[in-house]
Design a protein around this ligand. Structure first.
Ligand code: NAD
Length: 370
């Protein structure tokens, strides 16, 4: 990792990041990075992403999203994020995660949580090493946010506030979900409870599409049995990227960054996009969606359910309080962003960044940072 060199101009602005740390432990092959973006509101909470192609730039963008997300949600936490450059299915996972935890022992302004490639078990190993992690297994006092579907629940709450703004009723609305994992499948479940109809879902192996509707429990079962949504017996099997052009009312990207980009943005037919994944659209594509009259609720407003749950856990609360906080926070913030966007004639992301930035700068003013 030592060969990679960055200048301050590559990353820094008036918010951060305050630390970019590269981690390298030759004895066990650990390669990773931690970006602590801003701690004005409190110690930074953010997930640990374990994928073979994670980069420092991606981790920085995600850390900034956490600063804004935690501030927007009114949490007493700043933003940070970490990456481990490795296959999440490696047989050496426990050793790598434990080595990562030891490597961040002294970075006390950073509290790790789960993200792509890491889960409650990984957080349990980290807690064992350094007594600092959120998203812990229930047996260690945690509220297992992926098991209960904290982020998916928040997305469904967000949809209920966003839908009327694009003259949609959730009752009967057609939903397409890119990435049927912890975020995507629970979003589908909670939206189905509100009367919406899942018409498409994708994962690494492809897309399943049935305009007549796909019962969520049946799709979960098919994915568990076959390893993919394309194992579902009915509907059409399509390529992974085809999901973005399908006819639907609500599109939820819930997998990788930048999956909505200049080459597919014109094909999108949804009226409402809820960003389940972090940074799922390029900035140019997001602007283009706004120009096309498609309402996009930005990631750090729509998908804050997981970190709100993690914060409730960290401060000793229970599952019921987590669901209540998620609902209140996400509904209030979605409404505030929509109102500001409409009143000022600006993109929802700009409205959200302004809202969260004001809160971070206010917190920074108490620390003599400005
Ligand atoms: P996950 O690993 O549980 O699920 C990811 C899903 O996406 C899997 O089904 C995988 O097969 C699929 N996938 C991977 N690459 C794909 C591709 N190119 N096309 C279509 N599908 C693909 O991860 P998760 O926890 O659901 O997280 C998904 C995203 O949401 C990530 O960006 C994560 O940072 C973000 N997020 C997660 C949470 C949370 O609470 N878990 C909270 C906020 C944001």
């Amino acid at each position: 990792m030592g060969k990679t060199c960055f200048t301050f101009e590559d990353f820094c602005d008036d918010l951060g990041p305050i630390k970019i740390v590269h981690l390298y432990e030759p004895s066990c092959g650990l390669r990773g990075m931690v970006v602590i973006d801003n701690v004005a509101c409190g110690p930074a909470i953010g997930g640990v992403r374990m994928v073979p192609d994670v980069s420092t730039r991606e981790v920085f963008r995600l850390a900034r999203a956490m600063t804004l997300k935690n501030a927007a949600a009114g949490l007493p936490h700043g933003g940070g994020k970490a990456g481990i450059v490795a296959d999440p299915h490696t047989s050496d996972k426990a050793r790598l995660i434990r080595a990562f935890a030891r490597a961040i022992r002294d970075l006390v302004e950073y509290i790790p949580g789960p993200d792509m490639g890491t889960d409650e078990t990984c957080m349990g190993w980290m807690y064992d090493e350094i007594k600092r992690a959120v998203g812990l297994p229930r047996v260690l006092g945690g509220i297992p946010l992926d098991e209960i579907g904290a982020t998916g629940f928040g997305l469904a709450e967000c949809a209920e506030v966003g839908a009327p703004a694009c003259r949609l009723s959730l009752n009967g609305a057609a939903v397409a979900i890119e990435g049927f994992g912890n975020v995507g499948r629970h979003a589908a479940r909670f939206l189905e409870e509100k009367g919406a109809r899942l018409v498409a879902a994708s994962d690494r192996k492809g897309t399943i599409y049935d305009p007549a509707g796909i019962p969520v429990a049946a799709l979960v079962e098919a994915k568990e049995a076959s390893g993919s949504v394309v194992g579902y017996a009915k509907g059409q099997r399509l390529g992974q990227a085809d999901i973005f052009g399908l006819s639907c009312d609500i599109l939820i990207p819930a997998a990788r960054p930048d999956c909505i980009h200049k080459d597919n943005v014109e094909t999108i037919q949804a009226k409402l996009i809820l960003q389940g994944a972090n940074i799922p659209a390029t900035p140019e594509a997001e602007t283009r969606l706004y120009q096309r009259g498609i309402l996009t609720i930005p990631d750090f407003i729509a998908n804050a359910g997981g970190v709100i749950c993690a914060s409730v856990e960290y401060h000793g609360g229970n599952e019921g309080q987590a669901f209540q906080n998620i609902s209140q926070n996400i509904r209030r913030n979605t409404q505030e962003v929509l109102t500001r966007s409409l009143n000022e004639g600006i993109e929802p992301r700009r409205a959200a960044v302004e809202l969260a930035g004001e809160r971070v700068r206010h917190a920074m003013s108490f620390r003599g940072c400005q």
